[in-house]
Design a protein around this ligand. Sequence first.
Ligand code: PMP
Length: 428
Amino acid sequence: MTTNHELFQRAQQLMPGGVNSPVRAFKSVGGEPFFTARADGACLWDVEGKRYIDYVGSWGPMIVGHNHPQVREAVERAVKNGLSYGTPCPAEVTMAETITRLIPSIDMVRMVNSGTEATMSAIRLARGATNRSLIVKFEGCYHGHGDSFLVKAGSGALTFGVPTSPGVPKANADLTLTLAYNDIDAAVRLFDEHGHDIAGLIIEPVAGNMNCIPPKDGYLQALRELCTKHGALLIFDEVMTGFRVALGGAQAYYGVTPDLTTFGKIIGGGMPVGAYGGRRDLMQQIAPAGPIYQAGTLSGNPVAMAAGLAMLELIQAPGFYDQLAARTRLLTDGLQAIADGEGIPFSTNRVGGMFGLFFTAGKVESYAQATAADTAMFNRFFHGMLERGVYLAPSAFEAGFVSSAHSEQDVADTLEAARGAMKAARAG
Ligand code: PMP
């Protein structure tokens, strides 16, 4: 039998860190990743035959569970007609019609192949449309690995960016300003100083890449007003929150209308898909309708569109999001009760089918609070859960995801595992 360990040994010789995307390597939590052989419903099975109840869901796309028959069959039907055409295909039109119907702020849309592509394209459009250069992002928010986004804040409330990664030119990082999430006063000050040069502000409307941190009441609305006042575009990066926190995404959940929105994950049903869209006058500036260039050999791929459309069909079932939110609540309330019973400082956040777990007391509303939580405790808890057959995101700074395939029994089994894992984590 091939073991996880043997595969990881081979992989590390051949791929940086043994993986094709960093968090998968378990660097943050320590230990070695498992290699998945198959996935179905709420579960993954590794190459050694061990089953895990999965709260990562391929990092978000699997909102109806793994290997859903309707998504799989749509893909199988599409595959029979060829894998890629390089010409327009009917499914792209249906996809654009579906997105524009479900998301009222989007008049026109362009399909791409990843969330990273979507955000890179959206800021190019923001810069091209406003004829301005500066982009504002938030410390702890992730928008893919484009140069403009690999920038974090220095000390102080506002500052010119410093690159987080070697290889991002300083000249590029200088064009990205960073702010503390959920601090509206800092945003007002930044716009007072630089507003006339700001092309756009990009935000995860529920932050999901520094654990899970919802916006404070009125925060997104205030950012909307600030952008309008200064002629900057408001870009919601809904790669994670889109079709996750509500059918209409975070913009529907919080009732705030962005100028541009980016998508990924769920919209592709598990295939490599992203999208960006927004107001017609803006999207009309994208090539070939307008002068701002963006393209893709495989964009709008017929097989990927079939998967995405099947997924978007399933999530429109009546009551889908109520049930998802209720299941998520069952999980987070259950975990909180266990931690409280054990006297372990712990808190949770959740919006729709998205949640965060923090080993700290009190509500977490900021990046500073999230990074101050006990990550060593999280890492022990993560491994305790893994041993007991529950797979949480392998980092204290990632959101978790519940799918409609997670049954009440799955949640009950997860809580049973958590009872043991919390005790073990506290023991050290
Ligand atoms: N934006 C957000 C909010 C994300 O969570 C991610 C990925 N986790 C991305 C952009 C980048 O998407 P991708 O990994 O598909 O490039």
